[in-house]
Design a protein around this ligand. Sequence first.
Ligand code: DX5
Ligand code: ZN
Length: 217
Amino acid sequence: MVKIAPSILNANFAHLQRDVDKVQNADILHIDIMDGHFVPNLSMGPGHVLAIQTKLPKEAHLMMEQPSRYAKSFLDAGAKRLIAHAEAEDLSKFIRTVHSNNGIAGVAINPNIPFSKLMPYLKRADFFLLMTVKAGFGGQSFMRSVLPKIRKLRKLTYADIEVDGGVNLETAKLAVRAGATILVAGTSLFNSNDPKHQVEELRSISNREIHLSVTEV
Ligand code: DX5
Ligand code: ZN
């Protein structure tokens, strides 16, 4: 089953909890953390992660230069799943910190980063995230050029492969067909009139895609 992870970057920050409440039928809550250095944008910190109320597992996507330095703060704030970028620093310490605090460690790369950057973490990371837009801003278009990377990674691991950026009802099919098992979606959910219904649509279209690719073989 494909999991849906709403990104709250494009939610209404003045009514953040109200928007989070609208997507409680999803599987994971994706919270984008930006430091103004690794990416030019700024977003939220551990205080926001702590304040958000949800029954979903919280996932912090750390778009920052030194994720190992901040990992513990986000784990303490209640993020069970942490994602750091392989192009930011050596992630050995990050992964150790996450694991020693009973967290789940994800390793990400931007679309322009070579696949080889993931290789040192193939056995150590719990899951992987392939950016399908350049990290930093919501509302960009899905980059199909990342699909071969998803296919390549799927041949090397049974771990979850998450895709992030520009995911909607059309691009979700491409990602799932390539091997993605977790879909992050921001704009396509929160710009719709009914985010809850959009989560269901995204889930059912993605699971249908898995079914189709299995019966095709
Ligand atoms: C981009 C973030 C994404 C993004 C997804 O830097 O990591 O999580 O907000 O949002 P959409 O679905 O708008 O691309
Ligand atoms: Zn993200």
